[in-house]
Ligand binder design. Structure first.
Ligand code: AMP
Length: 215
């Protein structure tokens, strides 16, 4: 899956993996899980990764590739696999091609979720996440019933470090510079499927499925 941060890739990956019984590998989720783990046991590479993530920068390719290689079992999942947030640089995309070749698996498609930049920025800066159950809200479009409190579990909502304005600006710039070139890379491989990422999550998922089925 390709698309700017905040476009809804995580939501789509969850819906699609559920629908297709596919394995969902999100490198961002792996880093977020490391953030909540015991900090004393972080490797130096993971500690560096968390600093980059907090600033909205990309984690070093070598660290990301290590994480993906440790999870190659996902690529042999019988229901297939969805890569969410990976690859994000040309180097990662090339390394992924090698990993896929070694594992004798092929990509069916690269889904590129498209949304106007202004909407993406508004989504990210208004997003609030439950620190406990991870439910996601938006201050304007999907507010909780009680301000800053999760409707589902009653715990406090937080703004992700990388959703703060300074980090959002860095993430968008990084996306344009490092990740947008992958659109061309996958177009040349004949794998690119562009999907309008506006509407409800279910509508977007239906759009994705229609495109996938027509291939
Ligand atoms: P995401 O939830 O996919 O937006 O990822 C959150 C953060 O994790 C990103 O802003 C990066 O700091 C880091 N990250 C996740 N995936 C990658 C990747 N493939 N390459 C580099 N950094 C990544």
């Amino acid at each position: 899956m390709l698309g700017a941060p905040g476009v809804g890739k995580g939501t789509q990956a969850a819906l699609l993996s559920n629908h297709l019984h596919a394995c969902h590998l999100s490198t961002g989720d792996v880093f977020r899980a490391a953030k909540s783990a015991d900090q004393c046991h972080l490797s130096p590479a993971m500690a560096q990764a968390l600093i980059a993530m907090r600033r909205g920068e990309l984690v070093a390719d070598a660290t990301v590739l290590q994480i993906v290689k440790e999870r190659t079992a996902c690529l042999s999942c019988r229901g297939g696999f969805i890569l969410d947030g990976f690859p994000r640089t040309l180097e990662q995309a090339r390394a992924l091609q090698d990993i896929l070749q070694e594992q004798h698996v092929k990509l069916d498609a690269t889904l590129d979720y498209e949304m106007p930049l202004a909407e993406v920025v508004s989504r990210l800066s208004g997003r609030r996440t439950c620190g406990t159950c991870k439910a996601v809200y938006h201050v304007q479009t999907h507010p909780p019933k009680v301000r800053d409190i999760c409707d589902l579990c009653g715990n406090a909502l937080i703004q992700r470090e990388d959703d703060k304005p300074q980090a959002v600006a860095v993430r968008m710039e990084t996306y344009q510079r490092s990740t947008a070139p992958l659109i061309d890379f996958y177009a040349k491989l004949g794998l690119l499927v562009q999907i309008k990422a506006t509407g409800s999550p279910e509508e977007i998922m239906q759009r994705s499925m229609t495109q996938l089925e027509s291939r």
